[in-house]
Design a protein around this ligand. Structure first.
Ligand SMILES: C[S@@+](CC[C@H](N)C(=O)[O-])C[C@H]1O[C@@H](n2cnc3c(N)ncnc32)[C@H](O)[C@@H]1O
Length: 213
């Protein structure tokens, strides 16, 4: 479960809504808009359910979410069935999903060992031929520099960068091992049980599609 202070920083308005508005374009860049609308989809670390509602708007019908921290937006009559649970031990049978997604959350799962255990679980719940889509920060020198500046208090006094710096601070206990172990984290992603189908590397984010052959 994320702390109350993490939740209040992460879901602070208007920054949460501003972040939300960017999701359709990011998810399209990832390749999700090209997927079959009847696919069984699991969004891991789904948070309040932003990605699930975008996919619902695009016409996807079999939507499931999983997150350790419950959110008030998980309405019983919402577009997806959302479960509370840990992505390292998912409450789903083998071969349940055509698509698994993990957006802006891999850095919550610790270093390389946490990512390895998660990828093994994704491999288990995916059907043969299933796809795993990820967006997150790479452990690049630019990201380290930016986050170190935030940690040193170098950010504007107000605004979205100030909010982002507060989130980085709240996440530091697991973000630091993820960034420090980045080469090993990348190895777990690129040379684990799933095959790399595409990788788009941007300045601050990577967009990765893996496939279960
Ligand atoms: C930065 S938020 C991203 C939420 C959502 N994917 C989005 O893009 O809005 C990360 C989420 O990961 C969840 N999380 C962290 N560790 C988890 C775990 N081991 N199992 C399930 N969820 C986890 C947190 O509760 C949080 O909601």
């Amino acid at each position: 479960m994320e702390s109350v202070s993490w939740q209040s920083a992460h879901y602070q308005e208007p920054y949460n809504s501003q972040r939300k508005a960017k999701y359709p374009a990011k998810m399209e860049r990832l390749g999700l808009k090209d997927e079959d609308r009847a696919a069984a989809v699991l969004d891991t670390c789904c948070g309040q359910g932003i990605a699930l509602s975008v996919m619902h708007d695009w016409g996807f019908t079999a939507l499931t979410g999983l997150d350790a921290t419950p959110h008030p937006d998980w309405a019983k009559d919402g577009p997806a069935v959302i479960h509370q649970g840990d992505v390292h031990a998912m409450p789903f049978p083998d071969h349940s999903f055509d698509i698994v997604t993990n957006l802006h959350s891999l850095h919550h799962l610790g270093g390389a060992l946490g990512v390895r255990a998660f990828v093994a679980e994704v491999h288990r719940v995916l059907k043969p031929g299933g796809r795993f889509y990820i967006i997150d920060f790479p452990g690049s020198p630019q990201i380290w520099l930016l986050f170190r500046m935030f940690r040193a208090g170098l950010y504007p006094p107000t605004g979205s960068l100030r909010n982002f710096a507060a989130i980085v601070d709240e996440e530091w206990s697991y973000k630091a091992p993820y960034l420090r172990e980045w080469p090993a984290v990348a190895r777990e992603l690129h040379h684990g049980p799933l095959r790399v189908a595409s990788l788009k590397q941007r300045f601050f984010l990577y967009y990765l599609k893996l496939v279960k052959d």
